[in-house]
Ligand binder design. Structure first.
Ligand code: ADP
Ligand code: MG
Ligand code: MG
Length: 960
């Protein structure tokens, strides 16, 4: 018979911590805590199989289920010494959802199930506490009404009917706090609550305990498919098929007076990573109160004074849990009349900082090995981003005006304009938060989302914002948990803020801040500052890049460096960077890059745009071209400044052809003259890069973008260019028109430019080889790799490679030095991937680099510039799981890559292959690159550490 229900308790626990798929994370850990002897109120878990059965069978349950529930309930009753539905000594239970992974706020828990007028009497009787019993009852009706009977408001502006009644009553009774309500008031409240249910639902509030419990379980199964849960799963890529379990757990009460309480804690600080017990609690409260962020709780350390015995016991449990789980735990506990009960444990969510600190500290403490420290479960590679994030410039911060202080829940520094609603934040960032040409988002395009508290509806707005600031809630509120996971700067519980959603204002004392005003928040300290405060780089960046901090001054840096060193020992992939300038290259080396995988030459041209435009606008010169063709000449630069090799005399000397060069400038074309000017700049740039890279390989791509990108389009800039160049605006217009393309990404670009204008390739090849020779002559090793873009046909590469090899031969002769260099190609067209063997054998490729941006565009027939209009719809409707421009489309584009690797290596088993598309810094894509046997990945400098870690994880995951 199928087993659908698993009991847990002090004796006879059926499940264990490994059964997360079946029991959900919460259920598995409740069982595990029982197994290691922690005090857990008995109960049972209804498995995820039941959830899946429920959805597969028209929302019905397996026939055996009810009997299994009854049996588990009997065991629970026996252990707790009370009976569910009993009128003398009733057992109450909670109904708690729990999927494999925790989904904060996604699924709703109902407490105090089993209460009705009769069992209430029993509860009063058994506890001798009438006020408490009525308090439980009114909480139960509200929660059950909201969650199971669906009376919870669906949007922010609506109010909860129960809250409304409660506020009304408090007003009538002239009291401020719930705890000021008398027993009589609570009775009245229950009456009004029940009447509200009757009015809204048309039927009485259910009295039968079993009906209540099964109703709550069904609501949990339903909540698996509510919008919030679906959005969350989509965001984190969790399959909808997992299903959720339901945990029925005996109630323990933190609201039985001042010797009771409830709290949540992390076994270490999840924000900074410090090894301190980090948590908070409320006296005389039920669990929900801490998590909901309505009352601001006390720090766990204060419990030591208030309830020393429980505090000591918690400290022991803290150690025991860490030793058992070998990871930092996030726990929930309740103290009922001085007795401690554990209600939950799970691996604690953490910031990137904390992840690194925890992992390295736990290695030092002997709890885990380095390989475990490096695992994706401990440190998702993207989390390293947070260590590289900016902090406030101390000087600027000293001058800033701190207006309030809250709880520092997500580290980092953020400055931006105030938005009070998630939708507004999202819309604002969409409109003003576009990155500029250097990829920087302007300060006025950044948002701080300011709210009383956040909920799952706010996820998108939180994603869009740079920082999140809430007036209520503690370090485990929704805002805090989600921000940490997203790596956002976050401050919660800033109770000085008065937020008015209607007027769109935030008031602190007598200062009023409006929607659109600037504020700055320091997620390390919890400080909120008026206006814009300048930020400065992270400690890691200060040690490695700006050198404004010494390694020994930063603990974070030290741990980061140790972790990276271990990752480097494990990984097989080399990590290169995409960099166009010497300073970027140096940054990347500091971050651990082992070469440049993509140096785009066109960025250099933007710095010398007038000369480049002259080159583009140059007229063709058929007569000169003809003369040169007769002389069998490709463009050659003799002294690096002029085209002079125009006429050649050939004679045979001792059987070998000797070419004597007569120089005349008469047949130099306009285009070549423009190229001569550019040569100088390119050579300088490459010289700088080779020097900085000190012998690391440098892959330089020849000109790639469509030429029209460099031309002026607006009337004013056309006029400017025309006057600068001494030609008419009409001439420019005419050329722009000539170069117009309907689909430039598939047009005259890439190697097609160099095929039609070989002199461009020749100039670039000369600049590269000359610079490399000059650096080599200074005794610094060089390793240039010249990469031809957008090759589809082997003949394209062959023609371009010939130019490079010819130029190199000349330059070597001139400089009297020979250096090693390679000519290879990007694989960024499906044809190139499919014909990769021919590209090597016939085209002469000496290396490949996958240009996955274009390979994705051309492989999917999806333009990166135009896919925005439909990609979100695709994601929301589960057409594709991940954005293919962020994560390699493994089944399609990935297969092209795999084919390219295999075919390329049939022609040359030693072929060096890398990737230089944006995907090269995305962890899952890095792992894929490892799997298909690439030699290296290349990514932007700040992603180098992420790629290093991902590459190590690729090896470790392979071993499993
Ligand atoms: P979530 O997954 O949202 O944290 P939980 O099921 O853990 O939901 O419960 C919500 C709150 O109710 C928590 O604070 C928890 O400690 C408390 N709670 C749940 N079950 C019980 C119980 N049986 N007795 C006392 N408090 C409980
Ligand atoms: Mg919980
Ligand atoms: Mg490309």
């Amino acid at each position: 018979m199928a087993k659908y229900v698993y009991f847990f308790g002090a004796t006879g626990t059926e499940g264990d911590g490994k059964q997360k798929n079946l029991l959900g994370g919460k259920g598995a850990n409740l069982a595990e805590m029982c197994r290691i002897g922690l005090p857990v109120p008995a109960g049972f878990t209804i498995t995820t199989d039941v959830c899946n059965y429920y959805y597969a069978n028209n929302k019905t349950y397996p026939a055996e289920l009810r009997a299994q529930i009854d049996e588990a309930m009997r065991k629970t009753e026996a252990e707790m010494g009370a009976k569910f539905g009993d009128t003398k000594n009733p057992l109450l239970v909670s109904c708690r959802s729990g999927a494999r992974v925790s989904m904060p706020g996604m699924m709703d828990t109902v407490l105090n199930i089993g209460l009705n007028e009769k069992t209430l009497e029993g509860l009063i009787n058994s506890t001798q506490n009438e006020r408490f019993a009525w308090d439980c009852y009114r909480r139960f009706i509200q929660m059950y009404g909201d969650v199971v009977l669906d009376l919870k408001p669906t949007n922010k502006k609506e109010i909860d009917p129960f809250e409304h009644i409660l506020e009304e009553l408090k007003h009538e009774k002239h009291v401020e706090l719930d705890t000021d309500l008398s027993v009589g008031d609570l009775k009245e409240l229950v009456k009004r609550f029940k009447a509200a249910v009757k009015e809204k639902k048309g039927s009485e509030f259910p009295d039968d305990p079993m009906e209540q419990m099964l109703g709550a379980a069904a609501a949990v199964f339903h909540s698996w498919n509510n919008d919030r849960a679906i959005v969350y799963r989509r965001q984190y890529g969790y399959p909808h098929e997992w299903g959720t379990a339901v945990n029925i757990c005996s109630m323990v009460f933190g609201n039985m007076g001042n010797d009771s309480g409830t709290g949540v804690a992390f076994t270490r600080d999840p924000a900074t990573g410090d090894d301190v017990f980090y948590g908070e609690y409320l006296i005389n409260a039920q669990g929900e109160d801490v998590v909901a962020g309505i009352r601001t709780p006390k720090k766990i350390q204060e419990l030591e004074k208030e309830m020393p015995a429980s505090y000591r016991q918690l400290q022991e449990i803290r150690k025991k849990l860490e030793a058992h789980y070998r990871d930092v735990q996030d726990i929930e506990f309740t103290i009922q009349k001085g007795k401690l009960w554990m209600l939950q444990t799970r691996n604690g969510k953490r910031t990137g900082f904390a992840a690194v600190h925890f992992a390295v500290d736990m290695v030092d403490e002997g709890l885990i090995t380095w390989n475990e420290a490096l695992s994706v479960g401990r440190i998702p590679p993207d989390d390293l981003n947070q260590l590289l994030q900016p902090i406030f410039d101390p000087a600027a911060k000293r001058d800033a005006k701190t207006i309030a202080k809250g709880i520092n829940a997500g580290p980092g520094a953020a400055s931006g304009v105030i938005k009070f609603f998630a939708d507004d934040a999202e819309a604002y960032v969409k409109q003003y938060g576009k990155p500029d040409a250097h990829g920087k988002i302007p300060p006025e395009g950044r948002v701080i989302l300011v709210r009383r508290e956040t909920s799952p509806e706010d996820l998108r707005g939180m994603q869009a914002a740079d920082g999140i600031l809430t007036a209520f809630g503690g370090a485990s509120s929704h805002a805090a948990l989600v921000s940490r996971q997203m790596g956002k700067v976050c401050i919660v519980g800033c109770d000085k803020l008065k937020i008015d959603y209607d007027k769109l204002t935030m008031t602190v004392g007598d200062q009023v801040f409006k929607d659109g005003d600037f504020i700055s928040i320091d997620g390390f300290t919890g400080e909120v500052m008026a206006g814009r405060v300048a930020t400065k780089p992270s400690e890691v960046v200060q040690v490695l890049i700006s050198k404004t901090m010494k390694p020994e001054e930063s603990k974070t840096y030290q741990k980061f460096a140790r972790l990276m060193a271990e990752a480097d020992k494990v990984r097989k992939l080399k990590i290169r960077t995409n960099a166009d300038q010497p300073d970027q290259s140096l940054q990347a080396i500091a971050f651990g890059a082992q070469g440049i995988g993509l140096c785009r030459t066109e960025h250099m041209f933007f710095d010398h745009i007038t000369d480049f435009r002259k080159m583009i606008l140059a007229k063709d010169d058929p007569a000169k071209n003809e003369a040169r063709k007769r002389a069998d000449i490709v463009s050659v630069f003799i002294d690096g400044n002029y085209f002079k090799t125009i006429e050649v005399d050939r004679e045979l000397v001792a059987g070998e052809e000797r070419r004597t060069v007569k120089t005349t400038e008469a047949v130099i074309t306009e285009r070549e003259q423009a190229l001569v000017a550019l040569l100088k700049y390119q050579r300088q740039d490459f010289y700088g890069i080779f020097k900085a890279m000190k012998g690391f390989p440098v892959t330089i791509r020849t000109l790639d973008p469509p030429l029209h990108e460099f031309l002026p389009h607006e009337e004013k800039s056309v006029a400017d260019v025309a006057s600068q160049m001494g030609i008419s605006a009409d001439a420019i217009h005419a050329r722009v028109k000539e170069l117009h393309e309907f689909n430039p990404m598939l047009g005259f670009r890439g190697c097609r430019l160099g095929i039609v204008f070989p002199e461009i390739t020749a100039m670039q090849a000369r600049a590269i080889i000359e610079a490399a020779c000059d650096v080599a002559l200074e005794g610094i090793p060089v390793e240039p790799e010249i990469m031809i873009p957008l090759v589809g046909f082997p003949a394209e590469l062959k023609a371009q490679a010939k130019i490079v090899h010819d130029v190199a031969k000349h330059v070597f002769a001139e400089k009297k030095i020979t250096i090693p260099y390679l000519v290879g190609t990007m694989i960024e067209l499906p044809r190139a991937a499919m014909a990769a063997d021919k590209i090597v054998s016939d085209g002469g490729a000496q290396f490949f680099s996958f240009g996955t941006n274009d390979l994705t565009q051309t492989g999917l027939g999806m333009s990166r510039d135009d896919y925005g209009s439909f990609i979100r719809h695709y994601a929301e409707n589960d057409i594709i799981a991940k954005d293919p421009f962020q994560v390699i489309d493994f089944d399609g584009v990935g297969l092209l890559m795999k084919t390219g690797v295999e075919k390329g290596r049939t022609a040359d088993p030693e072929l060096k292959i890398g990737i230089c598309g944006e995907h090269g810094g995305e962890p899952d894509s890095v792992k894929f690159c490892h799997k298909i046997g690439l030699n290296y990945v290349s990514c932007s400098p700040f992603r180098v550490p992420i790629a290093r870690l991902a590459a190590a994880q690729a090896v470790l995951e392979e071993k499993k």
